[in-house]
Design a protein around this ligand. Sequence first.
Ligand code: GLN
Length: 468
Amino acid sequence: RSALEAAQARHATLNAFVQIDPELTLQQARAADAALADGSAGPLAGIPIAHKDLFVTQGWRTTAASNMLKDYVSPFDATVVARLRGAGAVSLGKLNCDEFAMGSANENTIFGAVRNPWDTAAVAGGSSGGSAAAVAARNVLATTGTDTGGSIRQPASFCGVSGIKPTYGTVSRFGMIAYGSSLDQGGPLARHARDLVEMLDVMSGFDPADATSVPSCNGTRNESGRVRDAFEAALATQQTQGERPLTGLRIGVPREFFGAGLADDVRAAVQAALAQFESLGATLVDISLPRTELSIPAYYVIAPAEASSNLSRYDGVRYGHRAAEFGDLNDMIARSRAEGFGAEVQRRILIGAYVLSHGYYDAYYLQAQRLRRLIAQDFQQAFAGQCDVIMGPVAPTVARNLGDNQNDPTADWLADIYTLGVNLAGLPGMSIPCGFGQGDHARRPVGLHLIGNYFDEGRLLAIADCYQ
Ligand code: GLN
């Protein structure tokens, strides 16, 4: 009840939630209470959480922050939602996000922008802006988010919380509204790495309902396949090293992540964090990810291409918005989509349809796929001999002011430069708080980006825990 009240009290300022339903929440809380009383409680019994409005939920509406789905109620729960409820977590409701997860500022939403709890003139980041703001405002202990090109890590960075995008295929996408299916991956946001461990341990694991779910590893290199076991094993190794727990750890620092365009205050905060890692025993290694800049055109071809295909299901026939007035069937579909989708979503659909069309497919889509392969190889080369983990900034600047890039949508796209490659390669990546901006931005947090090799999230989380 107190978490609910706090969330409702902060709502007017932050706009992090899109639906709070005290009765549904209290039902779940009572079930958790009963489980605690009879000894059947799961590991998250009674823990207040909330879901990005991209995960379908029985009972609550699932809107994807779009007019297209504004009244939609799913007949089933996403796997992630079902698993968290099964573990006893109590959902406070649904969280604001960019429409169909397309955006970097949580301004593309029919519910109005989310504000940053640290500085309400600033954006919360996107697309999981509500998920980051609700944790930063201490409304919930953890939230779910999705990350197609940075949407967990960048809002976590802007709001001074921690967030992890696990290895592609380790968290089920069943019931997670599709944007770019080969890039989309769900994950948790919370204050600290330890809370992420508890969340991810429940969220990850094989799901036969998701065709790309990884059958055996379940998100870790650990034998049991559990994130928590892999985390604890990595932690135990660190503990044997005493005062300098990260002795022997090689941190790759990609020079392309520190070029022109990186703001001085972000550079300073990230470098201070790297120095801290050195004092914990780690060694910094200069590495190169030469195609970092090319991840932007590669991603902004592939993601819209997949989106144009995924979003073709919203035709006004089966579900979602249908125009009130129309002529023939084609007119009905056209009007429903024109009314249902916001400007950014329409822009992506147009780009996607264009790059997939006859005559342009080879020039754009195929080229982008080739680049994607090369970008993934660059990461593999770094992990093969040079380093165990990669670190750098999550975003080139701290959170910008609300409304700033309204007339220039691609300005935000360029700022995704450090996060996109991780999704193109399918690697795990996380953001942890490492300081603040400077001057006018002294209240705007900076995040440190940690990138691991496939299935290394247990170790990533242990490294983050050591710093935190
Ligand atoms: N900002 C990127 C985009 O708009 C990433 C969004 C995401 O990860 N969902 O596509």
